[in-house]
Design a protein around this ligand. Structure first.
Ligand SMILES: [Zn+2]
Ligand SMILES: [Zn+2]
Length: 234
């Protein structure tokens, strides 16, 4: 596993299996938050890194979404650390196998029941900050996909909302994205937050992604015949 400190409070942990897989460890005042749980074989390395970093205990795990390659090491990690696991409420029925993910024929249980709990939100449906991270709901790749922003470091942990190509934003993997138009609409969060650095699960990071967001929206909209007014409405 390849480990890299990407900002003052955040480390990225990467492994390869045809494509790269990243998870992120965020240093908090009194412990650490793990963002995503990767594939099964990452479990040992994630635990070893967290135990060795001398930043206090693992406090919680937050997930960008519930696809199998983002929850694979949960079991191994939870066996040694009884911590809460949070995900957007819209994702729970799919990842627990109660409903088939949109575009999939059959449901599949990626986690056991009651293992994950919903991220807290206010009455307007805005997700509450969770320690140093601000979650934002960004559906399209998965119904409950969430990105996590670290305002102090200016880093956006964007999960599978994008891939990247030549240092720029690129569309999420079409085979696993049920609604490309919705995903493109969700990409506008980048323009609102203007992160210095955007991290991607299955690709390289993108620096100052807001600078090429319009180009991304235009290119992806053209490729997938998405009408521009559908991206900018609402
Ligand atoms: Zn995914
Ligand atoms: Zn993924």
């Amino acid at each position: 596993m390849e480990i890299k400190q990407i900002s003052e409070h955040i480390w990225s942990l990467k492994t390869w299996m045809i494509v790269p897989f990243h998870v992120w460890v965020v240093k908090e005042e009194d412990g650490v938050t793990l963002v995503d749980a990767g594939i099964g074989k990452m479990g040992k390395g994630i635990l070893k890194f967290i135990n060795g970093m001398d930043a206090g205990p693992l406090k919680r795990i937050v997930l960008t979404h519930g696809h199998p390659d983002h929850v694979g090491a949960l079991k191994a990690i939870l066996k040694e650390n009884e911590v809460p696991v949070y995900v957007h409420k819209a994702e729970i029925p799919y990842m627990e196998g109660k409903k088939a993910y949109p575009g999939r024929k059959k449901p599949s249980a990626n986690v056991t029941e009651h293992l994950v709990q919903p991220l807290m939100e206010d009455e307007a449906g805005n997700l509450n900050k969770i320690d140093s991270l601000e979650p934002y709901w960004t559906p399209g790749h998965a119904p409950g996909h969430v990105v996590y922003y670290h305002p102090e470091d200016g880093v956006l942990l964007a999960g599978d909302l994008f891939t990247s190509k030549n240092g720029k934003l690129y569309r999420p993997m079409p085979m696993f994205t049920y609604d490309m138009e919705e995903a493109v609409r969700s990409s506008r969060i980048v323009g609102e937050l203007k992160p210095k650095r955007l991290e991607i699960c299955h690709g390289k990071a993108v620096l100052n992604p807001a600078d090429h967001l319009d180009q991304y929206i235009e290119n992806t909209s053209n490729t997938y015949s998405i009408k521009e007014e559908n991206v900018y409405k609402g």
